[in-house]
Design a protein around this ligand. Structure first.
Ligand code: NDP
Ligand code: HSE
Length: 403
């Protein structure tokens, strides 16, 4: 029997306990032995809950108990998660975590400790919630050179954008609902400003190329400036707006960004709505492959964490190979990225001619909104767009397009 500890009994941690208790028999069969939760570490008390008798508040109990050989980390954040996880790995205990902040920042270091100690540091739930994507990248797509990864990687923002588009809902009302449903981060700024998606694309890109991509180096923009009007224009051209995390290999360098993108109904990620995530991967041999499922929430995320626990049990004494070195992956300057840009501009005398003079040929979109115009530019680089936009007054907003 494997004895495990769960650190953090919040949305995901309580889900991990529920999954392990509900599917006890089938999990034992697949793991090859029973999995027993010996401790649950949290700051709060949970009177009357199923874990009441296993609740502890002192991390050292877990660290110093030789019976514990697998630890689940679902506390979130860096401190003390980093110190606790590192201490567990140094003590020869495998760790399974859903904490993308931790993985994006310390992934290579923690993997190296695990490798040295013939144990495992596993983090399937850190990207895409319940969607298997880390394991496929590490194990199933290894014959390919990865040319592109583009994903809707944040459930909270996809839920908000879907409700804004379909029900005309108010941004803050839907965010509140996403928090109630357990989708949002403790500080939801991480979701709506794109930082969460940024950490996830940094993890995926690091795994795809085997080298560290620092999330601080990735251009990141959230969804706070997206409005109901943007969706009205998008609908006129059979399009919608999604928050994408994307990385592409361009001449040996990685072009990475997180930003809202206008996509047409023919795009493979167009129908990924609500809390669902979708991840599109293009390999040089395989071509295109898609991963789809619930990107946040208690049980889907817990399911991915428990799958890691099963893997850790099955691989006791053996480190599962994950190539992710601390060497830095070169990033293409974002100024060189090319798109067509959707632009809204205030109406004024001769404004269309002035816009044509700075942006070149325009594709106009009429959504019947008074006092403004909207158009899509030809393909231009970020730098060219910024310089052109600086030469004209009255720009309301801009969204990059993927067509
Ligand atoms: P919650 O805030 O719901 O749960 C975290 C739990 O850990 C809380 O009960 C918290 O206690 C406890 N905790 C915090 N610090 C400590 C500590 N020092 N010692 C003991 N317990 C502590 O977060 P989630 O479950 O939503 O998220 C956990 C992690 O999983 C995060 O990294 C998140 O990004 C990630 N994740 C979340 C998903 C989701 O859908 N929610 C999906 C995928 C990943 P207290 O409340 O008292 O502070
Ligand atoms: N807050 C995150 C999201 C949780 O909404 O996607 C899953 O990582």
């Amino acid at each position: 029997m494997s004895k495990i500890a769960v650190m953090g009994y919040g949305t995901v941690g309580s889900g991990v306990v529920e999954v392990l208790l509900t599917n006890q028999a089938s999990i034992a069969k697949r793991a090859g032995e029973a999995v027993d939760i010996k401790y649950v570490l949290d700051l709060r008390d949970f009177p009357g809950s199923v874990i009441e008798d296993r609740l502890i508040k002192d991390f050292d109990i877990i660290k110093n108990d030789p019976e514990i050989d697998i630890v689940v980390e679902t506390m979130g954040g860096i401190n003390p998660a980093y110190q606790f996880v590192k201490a567990c790995l140094c003590e020869g205990k495998s760790v399974c975590t859903s904490n993308k902040e931790l993985v994006a920042k310390y992934g290579p270091e923690l993997l190296a400790i695990a490798r040295k100690n013939n144990i495992n540091f596993l983090f399937e739930a850190s990207v895409g919630g319940g969607i298997p994507i880390i394991r496929p990248l590490n194990q199933s797509l290894t014959a390919d050179e990865i040319e592109e990864i583009t994903g809707i990687l944040n459930g909270t923002t996809n839920y908000i954008l879907t409700k804004m588009r379909d029900e005309g809902s108010d941004f803050s009302d839907v965010l509140h609902k996403a928090q109630e449903l357990g989708y949002a981060e403790r500080n939801p700024e991480a979701d709506i400003e794109g930082y969460d998606a940024c950490r996830k694309i940094a993890i995926l890109t690091s795994l795809a190329y085997g080298q560290q991509v620092d999330f601080e180096d990735i251009y990141t923009e959230g969804i706070t400036k997206i409005t109901a009007e943007d969706f009205k224009y998008a609908a006129k051209i059979n399009a919608t707006v999604k928050l994408f995390g994307t990385s592409k290999m361009v001449n040996g360098k990685v072009l990475a960004m997180v930003a809202p993108v206008m996509i047409k109904s023919t795009h493979p990620l167009y129908s990924v709505d609500d809390v669902f995530n979708g991840i599109y991967v293009r390999g040089n041999m395989l071509g295109e492959v898609m991963f789809y499922g619930k990107g946040a929430g208690k049980l889907p995320t817990a399911s991915a964490v428990v799958a890691d626990v099963v893997d850790a049990v099955k691989h006791k004494g053996k480190s599962i190979m994950t190539i992710w070195s601390e060497e830095k992956q070169e990033i293409l300057p974002f100024d060189e990225a090319e798109h067509r840009f959707f632009v809204r501009i205030k109406d004024s005398e001769g404004i269309i001619e002035k816009a044509e003079a700075v942006f070149g040929k325009l594709e106009m979109i009429d959504a019947g909104i008074e006092g403004e115009h909207a158009f899509i530019t030809e393909i231009m680089t970020e730098k060219e767009y910024r310089e052109a936009a600086g030469r004209i007054q009255g720009i309301i907003s801009m969204i990059r397009t993927d067509f």
